[in-house]
Write a protein that binds this ligand. Structure first.
Ligand code: MTE
Ligand code: MO
Length: 549
């Protein structure tokens, strides 16, 4: 029996997406423009001479498709399908794309939601998440990005490994010569081929078993040597641990949101490539091509197409299994992904103290709020009294448990930092935070040697009811930028953003930064707290317990 909290994540709660037609239009626009240009050329100056369909170097090159290449090609197809589907699911949790790092509503260059952000009432980023059909998204549903991320990151590990092996073998066997153009002439030739295709004057085909035409060569080159690296390098430009440590990284694309936008544009280019590639495989001798792809033979048998269909069916089955596992065994998916990803993060990103700081001029004009405001009478009473009666309880595995008023916290040390916040959903924003460094608090209460983690409890509830909380390793809260903030943008911290006290741990995603903190507990093991996954969202929405990416 699946607990209700686990079922809930995959149940659609809202009206279906109404923005897909516009999305598809956006994605089809470049193709439509290119086709229009091809027709214009044909109408005005006539068809270009059919380019000698062959590529200059025809002899002495590797020919055919060895087994490693066919297997790598198939795995790429399988993994890319899962990456795209989980990627779309993640995108739809904050269905807006920006070129600016502030994510101010109204400044997005494209949004996949019919909703304009209301200005007359709080509209949290979670309110903004959209439902995705399970036919498209992995796993489908609304606000299932916790599971979508597990698939996306785990599959990415295998996809990158498959890609590296593919590169290695391409260069080891000389197969790279087939897809790396050796002359700029390939560009006008490729256009000439495109004009023929687009205006439905199919040019004579060279047999792809021996050589590609110019357009084909350029397209394969782009997929292997441009799109794949572009997907890989733009991904990490969304990681708080990376971006807040190495500020130069998100500057390569421009900023964190440009990295995210480009990551999406590359996804569209992949879809565009696959659509064109599959169409041409079918139109230019489907049976012979399928034998190339599947069997590595150059003949007209049916076998390649038959086995190829089985392979495509295999991808469909894998999609179905992934969706089903996410619905029926979400906890197992969460744990499996963390076994794969956490050691990688521990060995790399999680070791670095965040240190990026921004200037006053960089502060975001709008900062998306998230989470449910506390409704408890206790918090209400404290808020009405300006939090003068507030006492932060610090307990657990410490030498000196304490109950500290805001004035006492102020007297223990202060720090101001202007930093970039990353929400798991995709938005970011820069704000100034003032408060007490966690280090100073730890010097006061003195965690005992057995303490390995620190748990922050909120006055507020999580989305599905029950107390909101999250935990951090002691290493992560010892970083200089880890602080208990009571000021935001040089004024008192407002109720919406976590008054009286909220956490800042800049190498982690926003959900780990508990707002409306009531108490802090030092523990040896988070597994005995609530459902034992390390935080409210980890327990209820299957989020990662390590939030460096
Ligand atoms: N108590 C509590 N704290 C919370 C949340 C919440 O739902 N409840 N949401 C988290 C998430 S997902 C984010 S992105 C940040 C958002 O902080 P902000 O509202 O100041 O932007 O708060 C975090 N802290
Ligand atoms: Mo978030």
């Amino acid at each position: 029996m699946v607990p209700a909290s686990q079922q809930r994540v995959s149940v659609p709660e809202r009206a279906r997406m109404r923005a897909w037609p516009r999305t598809l239009l956006w994605m089809a626009a470049p193709f439509a423009l290119a086709t229009a240009a091809a027709y214009a050329q044909w109408a005005i100056v006539g068809l270009p001479p059919a380019p000698s369909a062959a590529i200059a170097h025809a002899t002495g090159q590797p020919q055919g498709f060895p087994a490693w290449l066919r297997i790598g090609h198939y795995l790429n197809f399988l993994l890319l399908t899962l990456l795209v589907r989980s990627g779309v699911q993640i995108l739809m949790d904050h269905p807006r794309l920006y070129w600016n790092v502030h994510c101010t509503p109204g400044t997005e260059w494209v949004r996949f939601t019919p909703i304009a952000v209301p200005r007359d009432r709080p509209w949290t980023s979670k309110d903004d998440a959209r439902y995705v059909s399970p036919w498209i998204g992995l796993p489908g549903g609304r606000h299932t990005l916790g599971l979508a991320r597990h698939w996306h990151f785990s599959i990415a590990v295998f996809w990158v490994a498959n890609g590296l092996l593919f590169y290695l073998l391409l260069f080891a066997t000389g197969q790279w010569r087939r897809i790396v153009p050796d002359t700029w002439q390939v560009v006008p030739d490729a256009w000439a081929v495109f004009v023929h295709y687009a205006t439905l004057h199919l040019p004579p085909e060279p047999d792809g078993f021996y050589r590609y035409n110019a357009l084909q060569q350029l397209a394969y080159f782009a997929a292997v040597f441009v799109l794949a690296p572009a997907s890989i390098v733009t991904g990490p430009s969304m990681s708080p641990a990376l971006v807040n440590r190495f500020r130069w990284y998100p500057r390569l694309p421009g900023n964190r949101q440009i990295g995210r936008s480009v990551h999406f544009v590359v996804l569209c280019l992949w879809l565009f490539f696959v659509a064109g590639h599959v169409t041409m495989v079918v139109l230019t001798g489907a049976l012979r091509n399928m034998n190339h792809i599947v069997l590595g033979s150059d003949d007209g048998r049916l076998l390649g197409a038959a086995l190829g269909s089985v392979g495509i069916g295999g991808v469909a089955v894998a999609c179905w299994l992934a969706n089903r596992a996410s619905r029926v065994r979400p906890r197992a998916v969460q744990h499996a992904a963390s076994r794969l990803i956490d050691p990688i993060l521990s060995a790399t990103l999680d070791r670095h103290a965040p240190r990026a700081e921004y200037t006053k001029e960089d502060i975001s004009p709008f900062f998306w709020p998230n989470g449910k405001m506390p409704t408890s009478p206790e918090w209400r009473r404290l808020a009405d009294g300006g939090f003068t009666d507030y006492r932060l309880k610090v307990y657990g595995l410490v030498e000196h448990p304490a109950e500290l008023s805001l004035d006492e916290l102020r007297a223990m040390g202060t720090r101001v930092q202007i930093t970039l916040h990353h929400c798991i959903q995709g938005w970011s924003g820069i704000a100034a935070w003032g408060g007490l460094p966690m280090r100073a608090l730890m010097e006061r209460v003195r965690p005992r040697p057995e303490a390995t983690a620190v748990v922050f409890y909120s006055f507020g509830e999580g989305g599905e009811g029950g107390r909101y909380y999250d935990s951090h390793s002691l290493e992560n809260v010892r970083h200089p930028q880890a602080m208990l903030a009571y000021e935001m943008n040089f004024g008192p911290l407002g109720a919406l953003h976590g008054a009286p006290l909220r956490l800042r741990v800049e190498n982690q995603l926003g959900y780990k930064m508990v707002k409306w903190i009531s108490a802090i507990e030092f523990v040896a093991d988070v597994r005995r707290i609530y459902a034992g996954e390390g935080g409210y969202n980890e327990d209820n929405e299957f989020f990662d317990s390590m939030a460096d990416i």
